[in-house]
Write a protein that binds this ligand. Structure first.
Ligand code: NAD
Length: 293
C-alpha cells in the first residue's frame, strides 16, 4: 500500500517517520525542503502534491488549519482532483468540522472517501507513536485505515460521521482551555489570600477538582515555566474554529468566548508562542502578583 503524506511539521514529521518504521511505502511533501530531506534520509520518496495524488492509495495531511487543507485538496491543481478513484483521504490536521464536511463532499465527485482524524497528545506522543486519534467518517473506511493510524497512536476512536473527529477535537480544546483558566484563577485567589499555590495544588489534586490538565499545568505555573508544549497561538486557532462551528450550529459557548479573549490578550502582548498555561500571566498582570514561587 502506497501512502502519500503532506505536512511534515512538528507533528507530521515524527508521525511520518513512524509509518516508515512500520514498513509503509511513503511519498512525502512539505513547503520546507529540509523537512522533506529529513524524511527522504529515513526512506521516504520526495514528490509533488500532484504526484502524491496520482500514485497513492491513501493520502494523509497534517497541516495547520482549514484554509491550508482546503487549498492543498481543492481546485484544479489540488490533490483531490488527481487522486485515484477508490483511494482515501485522511486529514489529521485540527480544522473546522464544517471545512471537513465541505472537503469530503468535494472529494465525493472524484470517487474519493475521506476521514477527519485529528489527534491529541503533542510532539512527545507523536514521536512515541502514542497519539489519541478521534475520527469521523464511514465505518468501512475507518476499518481500512485503523491499522495505519494505530502505527502513530495508541488510541483510535471512531466518533461518528465525517466532521465528528474535528468536533470531538474542538470539545477537547474547549475543556482544556477552560480548565487552565479555572486553574489560573483559583491559584491566583489562593496567592492573594495568602495561601501557597503549591500547597493548594498538593491538597486538591487527588480530589474532585483534580485533572490531567491540573497535574500538567499547575507545576508549570508554580515554576514560572511557559515553554511550549502547546502554544497560545495554536489554541487561539482551535477556539476560533470552535466559536465558528458553535455559531453555525447554534450552540452557546460563553466560556469559550471568555477564555479566547484572554488568549488573544496574551497574543497581543507577545505571548502567542508561549505555552497555553501562560493564561496565568493574564491574572498576574491584572493583580501585579505572581503565582510563580
Ligand atoms: P506545523 O506548523 O509545525 O506544521 C505544518 C506543516 O505544514 C509545516 O511543515 C508547513 O511547511 C506544512 N505546510 C503548510 N502548507 C503546506 C502546503 N501547501 N503543502 C505542503 N506542506 C505545507 O504544525 P504542527 O504543530 O505539526 O500541527 C499540525 C496540526 O496538528 C495543526 O492543525 C495543529 O493544531 C495540530 N496539533 C498540533 C499539536 C502540537 O502540539 N503541535 C498537537 C495536536 C494537534
Amino acid at each position: 500500500m502506497k501512502i502519500g503524506f503532506i505536512g511534515l511539521g512538528i507533528m507530521g514529521k515524527p508521525m511520518a517517520k513512524n509509518l516508515l518504521k512500520a514498513g509503509y511505502e511513503l511519498c512525502v511533501s512539505d513547503l520546507s525542503k529540509e523537512a522533506v530531506d529529513e524524511l527522504v534520509s529515513c526512506g521516504a520518496t520526495a514528490a509533488t502534491n500532484v504526484e502524491i495524488a496520482e500514485t497513492s492509495d491513501i493520502v494523509m495531511t497534517m497541516l495547520p488549519n482549514s484554509p491550508h487543507v482546503k487549498s492543498v485538496m481543492m481546485g484544479e491543481d489540488g490533490v483531490g482532483a488527481h487522486m485515484k478513484e477508490g483511494s482515501i483521504f485522511v486529514d489529521m490536521s485540527s480544522i473546522n468540522p464544517v471545512a471537513s464536511k465541505e472537503i469530503a463532499e468535494y472529494l465525493k465527485g472524484y470517487g474519493v472517501e475521506m476521514l477527519d482524524a485529528p489527534v491529541s497528545g503533542g510532539e512527545p506522543k507523536a514521536i512515541d507513536g502514542t497519539l489519541a486519534f478521534m475520527v469521523g467518517g464511514k465505518e468501512e473506511v475507518f476499518e481500512k485505515c485503523k491499522p495505519i493510524l494505530e502505527k502513530m497512536g495508541s488510541s483510535v476512536t471512531l466518533c461518528g460521521d465525517i466532521g465528528a473527529g474535528n468536533t470531538t477535537k474542538l470539545a477537547n480544546q474547549i475543556i482544556v482551555a477552560c480548565n487552565i483558566q479555572a486553574l489560573s484563577e483559583a491559584l491566583m485567589l489562593a496567592k492573594k489570600a495568602g495561601v501557597d499555590p503549591e500547597k493548594v495544588f498538593e491538597a486538591i489534586k487527588g480530589g474532585l477538582a483534580g485533572s490531567t490538565v491540573m497535574n500538567a499545568k499547575a507545576p508549570m505555573m508554580i515554576e514560572g515555566n511557559d515553554k511550549p508544549g502547546f502554544k497560545i497561538d495554536l489554541h487561539i486557532k482551535d477556539l476560533n474554529n470552535a466559536l465558528d462551528c458553535a455559531h453555525s450550529v447554534g450552540a452557546p459557548v460563553p466560556m469559550t468566548a471568555s477564555v479566547q479573549e484572554i488568549l488573544q490578550w496574551l497574543h497581543t502582548h507577545e505571548g502567542g508562542q508561549k505555552d497555553h498555561s501562560a493564561i496565568v500571566q493574564y491574572y498576574e498582570y491584572l493583580t501585579g502578583t505572581t503565582v510563580k514561587k
